[in-house]
Write a protein that binds this ligand. Structure first.
Ligand code: GDP
Ligand code: IMO
Ligand code: MG
Length: 429
C-alpha cells in the first residue's frame, strides 16, 4: 500500500500536525523519525485542541498505531507526561504506541549541558534552542561513548554501570563549567530511569522490524516530520538549525524504512514565513506587518511560548526546502491569516552584498544574513477566508497568490488551509 511523507519546508510550525491528522485516516501507522519534545504539533478536532510533542499525531485517530522511530530522542518524563495528558483528553494508548528500542534517551545532564551554550556569557553561543536537551543528546549519540538507548533500560546491571561512568564524567565537566550546577548522583539517576523504563515497557519494540512486517503485510505508513527542512542539520540555515535531519532526508535513517516505499511527498508551508530562535531570516518583518501576522496567526511557540518571528513568504528558502525534501505536492496553510493586507510580498530572489541576484539558498550564514530579498508584490484580499470550503469560494487574488507560490516552488499546491479545524480545508483538484 502506498505510504506518505508529511514534512515542513520552512523553519517549522507550518501546521504539519493538522495535515497529518487530516490525511492519516487512510494509513495504518504514523511514524516520527527525528527530533523530540522540541516539536509542538497542534491539532483541533471539533473544537477540542490537542498538543502533541513526542507522540505521533496519528494517536488521535482510533485504529492507527503511533510509532516513535529510532531517530527520535526521548526524554522519558516528557513522554510519560504527554501520555498522561492525552489520556486525560480521552486518547486511548492501549496497544497503539510503539517506541523504538534503538531511540536515544535524554538524561538530566543533557539539559544542563544545553545551558552551557544557551546561557554562555558569549551571545555568539546562543542558538535560541527549545532547551529540551535535543542537541546534547544527539551529540552523545554520534559521539557513541556516552549514548544511552531505550533498549538499555532493560539491562539494569549494565545500565547502572554505564550511567555511573557517564555521570561521573559529566559531573566533572559541568562542575567546572557551570557555576550553579549541582552534581548528579549516578545510582539515583539510574534508578529514576529504570523506573521510567518499567512504565514504558509495554510500548518498547523493535520498530524497524515492526514497520517492515507492516509493509510486507500491505499496510500503509505515514511519516510525520518534526521541525522543517530549513532547520535540517545538513540542509538548513546552519548552525541555526536543530540537531537532526528534519527534512525528508531523515526518514530512512530515523525509521529504518527505505524511502522507495513512499509515493506521496507532501511539503507543508505557511502562506508566509515564521521562525523561532536565532538565525538569519531574510523576509522577516520586524514591524507592524510582522506584528499583525503574529497576532492574527497566533504565532507564539507551542513548546516555549516564545513569540515567533514573522515575515513574508520566502520562495528562495522554501524552494530549497522543497528540493531537499523532494516534495511532489504542497499544502499551503494559514492562508486566512493574510486577509486584510492591501498587498502581499513574496521574495522571489535575493540580492547579495555585491548586488548579484541569488536564487539558490546560500550555504553560508553570513552570506545569507547579508542577502536582501527581491520582492514581487501581489494584490491582497479583504475577505474572511475561514468559511471557504472550495477553491471557487476563494477570492480571485487569493487564488492568484496560491498559483504564484506553486510556480515559484515548481510544485503543485494540492491543499489550502483556511483555519485550524479539519473542516477548514480546501482540496485543490
Ligand atoms: P506544526 O508544528 O507544524 O504542527 O505547527 P504548529 O501546531 O506549531 O503551528 C500551527 C498552528 O496553526 C496551530 O496552532 C494550528 O492549530 C494552527 N493552524 C493550522 N492550520 C491553520 C490555518 O489554516 N489557519 C489558521 N489560522 N491556523 C491554523
Ligand atoms: P515543530 O515540529 C519551530 C527551533 C528552535 C531553535 C532551533 C534549535 O513544532 O515544527 P532545538 O531545541 O531543536 O535544538 O532548537 O530549532 N525549533 C523549532 N522551531 N518548530 C519546531 O518544531 C522546532 N523545533 C526546534 O526554536 O531555533
Ligand atoms: Mg510546532
Amino acid at each position: 500500500m502506498p505510504s506518505t511523507c508529511v514534512v515542513g519546508l520552512q523553519w517549522g510550525d507550518e501546521a504539519k500536525g493538522k495535515i497529518v491528522d487530516l490525511l492519516c485516516d487512510r494509513h495504518d501507522a504514523v511514524v516520527r523519525y527525528q527530533g523530540g519534545a522540541n516539536a509542538g504539533h497542534t491539532v483541533v478536532v471539533d473544537g477540542t485542541t490537542y498538543k502533541l510533542s513526542l507522540i505521533p499525531t496519528g494517536i488521535l485517530r482510533p485504529g492507527i498505531t503511533a510509532v516513535i522511530g529510532n531517530g527520535v530522542v526521548i526524554h522519558p518524563p516528557a513522554l510519560l507526561a504527554e501520555v498522561e495528558r492525552l489520556s486525560g483528553q480521552g486518547v486511548d494508548f492501549k496497544g497503539r504506541l510503539l517506541i523504538s528500542d534503538r531511540a536515544h534517551v535524554i538524561l538530566p545532564y543533557h539539559l544542563a549541558e544545553e545551558r552551557l551554550t544557551e546561557e554562555s556569557s558569549s551571545t555568539a553561543d546562543h542558538l535560541g534552542t527549545t532547551r529540551r536537551g535535543i542537541g546534547p543528546c544527539y551529540k552523545d549519540k554520534v559521539g557513541r561513548v556516552h549514548g544511552v538507548r531505550v533498549g538499555d533500560l532493560y539491562h539494569p546491571e549494565r545500565f547502572r554501570s554505564h550511567v555511573a561512568r557517564i555521570v561521573e564524567y559529566k559531573n566533572r565537566l559541568l562542575t567546572a563549567m557551570l557555576p550553579d550546577y549541582t552534581p548528579l548522583d549516578g545510582p539515583t539517576v539510574a534508578d529514576e530511569y529504570l523506573g521510567y523504563g518499567e512504565k514504558l515497557r509495554d510500548y518498547v519494540a523493535d520498530t524497524t522490524a515492526w514497520l517492515h512486517h507492516a509493509i510486507e503485510s500491505g499496510k500503509s505508513l505515514m511519516f510525520e516530520g518534526a521541525q522543517g527542512s530549513l532547520l535540517d542539520v545538513d540542509h538548513g540555515s546552519y548552525p541555526y538549525v536543530t540537531s537532526s535531519n528534519s527534512s525528508a532526508a531523515g526518514i530512512a535513517a530515523g525509521s529504518g524504512v527505505p524511502t522507495r516505499h513512499i509515493n506521496r511527498w507532501i511539503g507543508i508551508v505557511k502562506a508566509y514565513c515564521t521562525r523561532v530562535g536565532g538565525g538569519p531570516f531574510p523576509t522577516e518583518q520586524d514591524n507592524p506587518v510582522g506584528e499583525r501576522i503574529r497576532q492574527v496567526g497566533r504565532e507564539y511557540g507551542t513548546v516555549t511560548g516564545r513569540p515567533r518571528r514573522c515575515g513574508w513568504f520566502d520562495a528562495v528558502a522554501t524552494r530549497h526546502g522543497a528540493r531537499v525534501s523532494g516534495a511532489t505536492e504542497v499544502a499551503v496553510m494559514l492562508l486566512d491569516v493574510l486577509s486584510g493586507h492591501e498587498s502581499i510580498q513574496v521574495a522571489v530572489a535575493y540580492e547579495d552584498k555585491h548586488g548579484k541576484r541569488v536564487t539558490d539558498f546560500p550555504a553560508d550564514l553570513d552570506d545569507l544574513a547579508e542577502c536582501r530579498p527581491v520582492y514581487k508584490t501581489l494584490p491582497g484580499w479583504s475577505e474572511d477566508l475561514t468559511k471557504a470550503r472550495s477553491w471557487n469560494e476563494l477570492p480571485a487574488t487569493a487564488k492568484s497568490y496560491i498559483e504564484f507560490l506553486a510556480t515559484e516552488l515548481k510544485v503543485p499546491v494540492s491543499i489550502v488551509s483556511v483555519g485550524p479545524d479539519r473542516r477548514q480545508t480546501i482540496h485543490v483538484t
